[in-house]
Write a protein of this length. Structure first.
Length: 99
């Protein structure tokens, strides 16, 4: 299932992680393992944030997805199912058949 992973990194932890090199290492480690179809970097409420869209095939992958961000970046994680436009159209069509 396509998932959106939002990683929010507190400023102090992010500053330390940039200086010691663990921020890019952690981000690239995730990207190499999970091959996201898209990755964006921004800010969220004054903290650094990353947004990844990737396929998670099994709920047992959640620790592998999240733990390095918790351990190395003191990050907050939000993991949510996400749809493409085609997924949304198919989902609405299915929902309308049952309403």
């Amino acid at each position: 299932m396509r998932m959106m992973l939002k990683v929010t990194i507190p400023t102090e932890a992010g500053n330390k992680a940039i200086l010691d090199g663990s921020l890019p290492k952690t981000m690239m480690g995730f990207a190499e393992q999970f091959k996201p179809e898209a990755a964006y970097f921004s800010s969220d409420n004054g903290d650094r944030a990353a947004f990844f869209f990737f396929d998670m095939t099994d709920a047992t992958q959640m620790p592998a997805v999240c733990e390095s961000f918790f351990l190395h970046l003191n990050a907050k994680i939000q993991l949510s199912p996400a749809m493409s436009p085609a997924d949304m159209q198919a989902g609405i069509a299915k929902a309308m058949k049952h309403s």
